[in-house]
Design a protein. Structure first.
Length: 234
């Protein structure tokens, strides 16, 4: 496989950029920045409620049931309502803007990220293929000091549809100016990253990060549990 591959696309969140750690730190800052409305709510309840609601809304976004703008606003609107927190008009948008700005400044990477990127950049062109909002993803890459490793950043904003839609993989191949057989994709989500990439005709490696560690490898799909295992493949 390594002899055929000319370019490697990575997913960003949960694959290189440690979304869980960075998001929880950011939600902590949201809680304390807006502490007056959280007087009767614990930090733990706020974070737990937000994470569950945000996860469901992202699934709806991937299924094209809601828009990006809906996702950004509903996650805080529904969270505050679920916690029975009264809030003034406009607070939800303000809170979301604060969250996104603060989140993008966080720097935690998944273990082994720098080591693997340093290793791969010598022989492969590297890119990012993400469902995240493009301007936010760009800032995350700058804040965590990995942006210089990548020549291409493809996001769902570029195509107007998120993964697992085939159009985003087709667009990624087009901008890479390579055949899909020469491109490999590495991501943490079996359903939204790996299976659609393979179906489209790209090669793929499943990074069984966070909750995916408990899922079985399906249909002979190549998988890793740690990023540094890529050095044994390439």
């Amino acid at each position: 496989m390594k002899d055929q591959v000319k370019m490697i696309y990575f997913d960003l969140d949960h694959t290189l950029w440690d979304f869980e750690k960075n998001s929880k730190e950011t939600l902590n800052k949201v809680f304390h920045n807006y502490h007056k409305i959280f007087m009767k709510t614990s930090l733990e309840d706020f974070i737990d409620s937000y994470l569950k609601i945000n996860s469901k809304l992202w699934e709806m976004y991937r299924n094209k049931e809601i828009s990006q703008d809906d996702l950004k606003l509903l996650r805080f609107e529904i969270t505050l309502n679920a916690l029975k927190i009264k809030h003034k008009e406009g607070l939800v948008r303000e809170m979301n803007d604060f969250y996104l700005k603060t989140l993008a400044q966080q720097r935690h990477l998944v273990e082994g990220a720098f080591e693997v990127l340093d290793y791969l950049k010598e022989n492969y062109e590297l890119g990012i293929l993400t469902n995240g909002f493009k301007n936010i993803q760009m800032t995350k890459m700058k804040s965590s000091q990995i942006i210089d490793y990548f020549n291409i950043l493809v996001s769902s904003d570029d195509v107007g549809v998120p993964k697992p839609d085939e159009k985003i993989f087709e667009y990624a191949v087009t901008v890479a100016k390579k055949s899909k057989e020469e491109i490999l994709y590495i991501g943490d989500d079996l359903e939204n990253d790996i299976l659609p990439a393979l179906k489209y005709g790209m090669k793929a490696i499943w990074f069984k990060n966070h909750q995916n560690k408990t899922q079985p490898t399906d249909n002979g799909i190549l998988s890793i549990n740690k990023l540094v295992e890529l050095k044994n493949i390439f």
